[in-house]
Write a protein that binds this ligand. Sequence first.
Ligand code: SF4
Length: 286
Amino acid sequence: MKITFASSYGFCLGVKRALTLVMNLDPKKEKIYLLSPIVHNSKVMDHLKNQGFLTLDDSLTIEEKLSSLHSCKVVFSAHGHDKKLELICQKNDLEIIDTTCPRVKANENSLKKDIKEGQDVIYIGIKNHPETVSALSLDPKIIFIDYHNPSFDFKVNKDACSVHNQTTLIRSTLENIYLELKKKYKHVKLVNDICFATEQNQNALDEVTIEDLIVVIGDKLSSNTKRLYELAKQKYPLKMVILAEDIQDFKNINLNEFSNAFITAGASSPKEQIDEIVSYLKNFNN
Ligand code: SF4
């Protein structure tokens, strides 16, 4: 199979930075707990666990995990975290390794500035996603709009109101939400916090031409990977689009029917995961 790569795909700077921060620690010398996936990719997490990083029972909340720990290092994920968790860390003498992406932090700072100036703030995000949880924890007055199920049944009392959002959304869907918002509240200031990496990876989908198979490589828990997959399906409804974590995801597809594959990958997908899938695809239609 002939393979064409998107001009932009895979690890973004925020993910690389988070992994560098963690890999600079030595889990063989001290206990270091990963409280949640530092980036949404199970292969990355498996690698870190093999290096000696510790995790706790997945059925526990991060709050419960922290409450059970004392005097060790804990790693907060690249997505950001609920700010109340920092108080538990203080109380339990836990040293925080905060891998929050600088882009997420910049969005949160801008959101805090708007609140401080007395503006109402609306946040558009995916319900319960850690980045959304982190942003909403900044102030209980933030008005939340669920990206997947937007509702505009709220009141914005002040003249000044800004609209922020999660970094990994699809721009066209976000713009549809903006349209609805503007119909109801003409004065709102739209910020658009989609990050550069998400935007670039999504724009690179426009490079698809003759390819009959589009493969989006990444973890099914990763927001930016899922949005990339959804966007590819929206843009190319007549082509086969697959979200693949590994080669098992092709088991129900006759790959001999395809001759040209377009490859892209989410911002948390490591090179090894991409290489494994690409090598596999190359075996077909040689
Ligand atoms: S996808 Fe964007 S916001 Fe998320 S870690 Fe990468 S650069 Fe940061």
